[in-house]
Design a protein around this ligand. Structure first.
Ligand code: PBG
Length: 323
């Protein structure tokens, strides 16, 4: 008796048949590389919890952006590491802020590289929360919305191709959309961190941008890891408010959320393999416990299989080179 599966076995061993019947593929074109930018010149600062990832001053970032583009990865996601912080995070919309200056420099050197910017207050506020605080220590949603909209406009005017609000305030997509439209940036799309969970996997990132909250945590505004229907509701709201792309974050622990949004929304979906996901693979690989390349490709394939169109990963450039 010949089993259908057995008939395929011999050909499956040759890469060609494996490729012919492979259900999930991705290439450099689906990837986005997150990058960290510092003030100053000629600075490269390693992020200790993310070996292989550095915070770069603008001149080095421009070189790095060139390498990302050369590798075939079409986009970077830009995070600023400001020198100064205050209660209201006002450095975030400074025209001479580190992100705004970096945008102008990157777009001048590599005009075809897509620059996405993270819009949030946490690395710009002295208290480390993603919004402005009232005297009782609670985040003031509505005042924060005005500031976020200002940040988005200042990024768009400095050359950002797409705005990615990661603060999780209510109504932020609508507030940013209407301000962008009013300020002549109606063609700048918004990639909304729709399903951003209150996750332990952001630890290394908070070291990279020095944004850990001084007091309390982000559970008031980020999603509870136990909930998936809440993510679907957030996706509907973001869609109604004018989001162009939805994001799920972290990625690997939330494959079911990616799938749920893929099935319930017709917007493109991005998934963010976050700093903690990177750090886990890296640490195990550096210890010789897993094969780095195989583990990364398997993780990204799974994220894609769950339904993500866009993969945001600290491994993006590396993956493009491997492929
Ligand atoms: C800012 C922000 C965070 C990340 C992206 N934007 C961290 C947080 O909410 O604490 C995490 C990215 C990563 O871990 O790689 N709000």
């Amino acid at each position: 008796m010949a089993y259908p599966e057995t008939r395929l076995r011999r050909l499956r061993k040759t890469g060609a048949l494996r490729s012919l019947i492979r259900e999930t593929t991705f290439g450099p074109m689906q990837l986005v590389q997150p990058v960290f930018v510092l003030h100053g010149t000629d600075k490269r600062e390693p992020v200790p919890s993310m070996p292989g990832i550095e915070r770069l001053s603008i001149n080095h970032l421009v070189e790095e952006a060139g390498e990302v583009f050369e590798s075939g990865v079409p986009a970077v996601l830009l995070f600023g590491v400001p020198n100064d912080k205050d209660e209201a995070g006002s450095g975030a919309y400074d025209d001479d802020g580190v992100v705004q200056m970096a945008l102008r420099a990157i777009k001048e050197a590599h005009p075809d590289l897509i620059c996405i910017t993270d819009v949030c207050l946490c690395s710009y506020t002295s208290h480390g929360h993603c919004g402005v605080l009232d005297t009782d220590g609670e985040v003031n949603n509505d005042i924060t919305l005005e500031i976020l909209a200002k940040i988005a406009v200042s990024h768009a005017q400095a050359g950002a191709d797409m705005i990615a609000p990661s603060d999780m305030m209510d109504g932020r997509v609508g507030a940013i959309r209407s301000q962008l439209d009013q300020e002549g940036c109606s063609n700048t799309p918004i990639i909304a961190y729709t399903a951003k969970y209150a996750s332990a996997f952001y630890g290394p990132f908070r070291e990279a941008v020095e944004s850990a909250p001084e007091q309390g945590d982000r559970r008031g505004y980020q999603l509870d890891p136990a909930n998936v229907r809440e993510a679907i509701r957030e996706a509907k709201l973001d869609d109604e408010e004018g989001a162009d792309i939805l994001m799920v974050k972290p990625a690997l622990p939330y494959l079911d959320v990616i799938k749920a949004l893929n099935e319930t929304s017709d917007l493109p979906i991005a998934a963010y393999q976050v700093s903690g996901e990177y750090a886990m693979i890296k640490a195990a690989a550096d210890a010789g416990w897993i094969d780095e390349r195989d583990a990364v490709l398997e993780s990204l394939t799974s994220i894609r299989r769950a339904g993500a169109d866009i993969l945001i990963s600290y491994y993006a450039k590396k993956v493009a080179q491997w492929l």
